[in-house]
Ligand binder design. Structure first.
Ligand SMILES: Cc1cc2nc3c(=O)[nH]c(=O)nc-3n(C[C@H](O)[C@H](O)[C@H](O)COP(=O)(O)OP(=O)(O)OC[C@H]3O[C@@H](n4cnc5c(N)ncnc54)[C@H](O)[C@@H]3O)c2cc1C
Length: 341
């Protein structure tokens, strides 16, 4: 029988990230579907709070690798902690979030354990008593179903595909797993964390709404002139007021490279579409964006879609949006921001 192990690292405040709680839901439902035991493996500076947060998940055991060396993301210590936790729990199926730490170090742990790994899993089910993982390829255009007999089988789960575990906290006895840290393992040391402030960070996977800006924001408007500065203010005003996530069309982010007047807060990381990202927000609002297929293909996981465009024949009108407002996005967003206060 398989033993399912959910792996997570703590955040700097000792909590578990939402992506990890989503991976826990995946692990828990797989264990339930297989009728297999579930164990939890945690690592970080202190795992007590995280263990208490997952105490009600039905795990038969909670293992912890604890120490300052495991607080920071670093391949050597992360891979060692992951390997030791899997060994301690006799893991045969390992499930973790596909965040940067697991994406980097779990493949190494899988190799050390003589196992296999599949990443970016979007769904897990039990068929004929066997686990089957689904993931997308070619920008989610193809869905592959993967099953393996090799064990341990490590799986990293994409965020936004499972509901975050929200069981009541409780008491969990943590079995300590010792991982000696040699000097060589810790020779990579973080000196500082340089991160944009919450307001500067406009890609927000956990936001309720995705706001997409298209090239129309920088084009000549009815008065014959572009109003790029005002466009920037309106977009940032909206993002600041409702903490939406920002996406962009390719045309708009490409303009930066072409030396045209652009919105300075946009980068290629904001691009949504065939050659960009495929976000998973519940709602999306496209503004000044034509809604061409290579762009809209990136909206496949967006629940409710709305668009604002001057052109009643734009792509969004061709069945690609639930609601198309044929209107001037400058006027609409000015009013929306006013209403948001
Ligand atoms: C191989 C390939 C891959 C591609 N990959 C991607 C991708 O990943 N993502 C992507 O986005 N594109 C991609 N594209 C490009 C895509 O085909 C489109 O060219 C692009 O999405 C157009 O961007 P846009 O809608 O912002 O600009 P435009 O086509 O210039 O549209 C601007 C829109 O703004 C509207 N507008 C102007 N002013 C206002 C106003 N005041 N109020 C309301 N509306 C206004 C106009 O009516 C117009 O519809 C790809 C193309 C190819 C060939």
């Amino acid at each position: 029988m398989d033993t399912i192990v959910f792996l997570a690292h703590t955040e700097s405040d000792g909590s578990l990230a939402k992506a990890s709680l989503e991976a826990l839901t995946a692990a828990k439902s797989l264990a339930e579907g297989l009728g297999a035991p579930l164990a939890v493996g945690l690592f970080g500076a202190d795992v007590a709070a995280a263990a208490s947060a997952v105490a009600g998940c039905g795990a038969t055991a909670v293992y912890g690798v604890v120490g300052g060396a495991f607080d920071v993301p670093r391949y050597a210590t992360d891979a060692a902690a992951m390997t030791a936790l899997c060994q301690a729990a006799s893991a045969s199926i390992v499930i973790a979030a596909d965040d940067s730490r697991f994406s980097r170090a779990l493949p190494g742990a899988a190799a050390r354990l003589g196992g296999r790994i599949d990443a970016h899993v979007a769904a897990l089910e039990v068929r004929d008593g066997k686990p089957v993982a689904t993931r997308g390829f070619y920008r989610q255009r193809m869905a592959a179903e993967i099953s393996r007999s090799a064990r341990p089988w490590c799986l990293t789960v994409s965020s936004g595909c499972f509901a975050a575990y929200a069981g009541a906290p409780g008491q969990a006895a943590v079995t300590a797993v010792d991982v000696p840290v040699s000097e060589a393992m810790a020779r990579t040391a973080p000196k500082a964390v340089i991160a944009p402030s919450a307001d500067e960070q406009t890609i927000r996977p956990d936001a309720k709404v995705l706001f997409v800006a298209g090239a129309g924001w920088t084009k000549k408007q009815a008065d014959g002139a572009p109003h790029t500065a005002e466009a920037g203010e309106l977009i940032l005003g909206f993002l600041g007021a409702c903490k939406a996530s920002l996406g962009s069309s390719k045309s708009l982010v490409d303009m930066g490279g072409a030396g045209e007047s652009v919105l300075p807060f946009l980068t290629h990381l904001h691009q949504v579409g065939q050659t960009g990202a495929t976000p998973r927000h519940a709602k999306g609002l496209a503004t000044c964006c034509h809604g061409e297929e290579p762009h809209v293909v990136g909206w496949r996981f967006i629940g409710e879609r709305r668009a604002v465009n001057l052109d009643p024949a734009c792509g969004w009108a061709q069945g690609k949006a639930d609601v198309l407002y044929v209107a001037d996005a400058f006027a609409v967003m000015r009013k929306v921001n006013e209403l948001l206060g």
